[in-house]
Ligand binder design. Structure first.
Ligand code: 4AD
Ligand code: MG
Length: 450
């Protein structure tokens, strides 16, 4: 049997409204175009949960108020059937701000058969395999609307703060964040190219041209780690500022994050409520954020170990693991800025602390509630000689970095920036276990489909 809709149905009529705009259409006859989310019946009444992408409304079909034909069509509807419904929106008698639709007419665009995702519980692998359909569910809808709000807040904040968006390339000739997580591909006569791990190096060039810039796009890490914080493809926003220091970045990061949190609380309350997010934790987020030197963090971790709160004894010189970050973050009620890590665990481009050259002028912002590092950044190496030396020490191909060294040959200045992963930020704001639900189609170690 063909699943195509009969082609005489008018699916693009112009007098339709979106569910989100019902408040402006009370008492008028409107037409909505969407899908059946769920249905239940009670004798002579049918309650249809109808979604149209902008929201979900309960449509009420009364046997006495519609033709027999319409009643039979409504009664036959299956989950995710596509439908066009005409009726009159009204406010729920007991719930102000909630609208219902008295259904007068209903057309079926397609009667869906055997929709795979039913209201019963499904395992995560099944849902991820059906991600293209799972996106229609209330919870996924709420998460992705928060993501959109985060992205909008990021842009609004930077655009209003004098930053210029200067997009950086995705295909690059060299590594930015270490060679172990590079995706490699063949690039014509040039040989190898790599998917970018960060736009930072190019950001440094555009910052020298425009002063304050940002790039915002997909970045790639061939991470062999299967954790709840790692994706192989994720979106990073990276501001970069000329004549700026590490301290300037701490101030920028705390203003930036506070703005994003406030914006999401202001505009996405409904979604956070649906996700059962404890918003009191987010209300507490306001600048200034505590600053924690790496040395001090190590001391806290060591003491936690002595007190039996952490299994392993952290030694100075390493990078923090997830349990370390979680423990540190738990000691504060807002994001904590850990700064001045040992240079040996950080990228080649980090400026060194003039007072203690073994430390890098860098920072990680750790989100509260165990969400780990959401921002990484710092001050960049300013001196030509020292940068050239670092490139050699890290065994990086010198010729691929000649243009980058030019930035130190011609008018070098102190400059700094950071990167924030959108998915980790959204996971934190939504209170999610795993980053996989924060992007429409996640890419992970064992997940390339759909
Ligand atoms: O700390 P990272 O690696 O920093 C950089 O790439 C710098 N070049 C950024 C800069 O200074 N312009 O990554 C920055 C952020 C992390 O804090 C985290 O939020 C996110 O990017 N991130 C990931 N998110 C999801 N999956 C992964 N595999 C991620 N790796 C980093
Ligand atoms: Mg980092």
């Amino acid at each position: 049997m063909s699943r195509d809709a009969p082609n005489d149905i008018e699916t693009t009529m112009t007098n339709h409204v979106r569910i989100a705009d019902f408040a402006a259409n009370l008492g008028q006859t409107v037409t909505i175009r969407g899908w059946l989310y769920n249905a239940r019946s009670s004798g002579k009444l049918l309650f249809l949960e109808i979604r149209d992408g902008s929201g979900i409304v309960q449509g009420i079909v009364s046997k006495n108020a519609v033709s027999e034909e319409v009643w039979n069509r409504a009664a036959a509807l299956t989950q995710e059937s596509s439908i066009i419904v005409t009726g009159m929106p009204r406010e729920h008698p007991k719930r102000p701000g909630v609208y219902e639709l008295d259904v007068h007419d209903l057309t079926i665009v397609q009667l869906t058969q055997d929709y795979p995702i039913t209201p019963k519980e499904h395992g995560i692998e099944f849902l991820m395999d059906h991600r293209h359909l799972w996106l229609r569910s209330k919870r996924q809808h709420a998460i992705l609307r928060v993501r959109h709000e985060v992205v909008r807040a990021v842009r609004d904040f930077l655009d209003n703060d004098g930053f210029i968006l200067a997009d950086t390339p995705i295909l690059t000739p060299a590594a930015c964040e270490g060679t172990t997580t590079l995706f490699e591909l063949d690039y014509f006569d040039d040989g190898k190219a790599y998917l970018t791990q960060s736009g930072q190096l190019y950001n440094e060039a555009t910052a020298a041209a425009f002063g304050k810039v940002y790039c915002f796009g997909p970045t790639f890490r061939a991470e062999k780690s299967k954790t709840r914080r790692h994706l192989t493809e994720f979106w990073m926003v990276e501001p970069e500022v000329a004549y700026a220091t590490l301290e300037d970045m701490m101030v920028l990061a705390e203003r930036f994050l506070s703005f994003i949190v406030a914006r999401v609380l202001e505009r996405r309350r409904e979604e956070l409520k649906l996700l059962e997010r404890d918003t009191s934790k987010l209300e507490a987020i306001a600048a200034p954020f505590p600053r924690l030197p790496y040395d001090e963090a190590v001391r806290m971790l060591h003491e936690a170990h002595l007190a039996g709160k952490l299994e392993h004894d952290f030694v100075w010189g390493g990078d923090f693991g997830a349990p370390d970050e979680t423990y540190l973050a738990q000691q504060f009620d807002r994001p904590v800025i850990v700064h001045r890590y040992p240079a040996q665990v950080k990228a080649f481009y980090m400026e060194e602390d003039p007072e203690r050259p073994e430390l890098a002028l860098c920072m990680d912002v750790l989100a509260p509630e165990g969400y780990g590092e959401i921002i990484g950044g710092g001050q960049r190496m300013q001196s030509y000689d020292r940068l050239a030396q670092r490139i050699a020490e890290h065994n990086l191909p010198r010729e691929a970095f000649e243009w980058y060294l030019d930035l130190r040959r011609y008018g070098t200045v102190p400059h700094a920036g950071f990167g924030m992963g959108i998915e980790r930020c959204v996971a934190w704001l939504c209170g999610l276990e795993h980053v996989r639900e924060t992007i429409p189609f996640p890419r992970m170690l064992y997940r390339l489909r759909p």
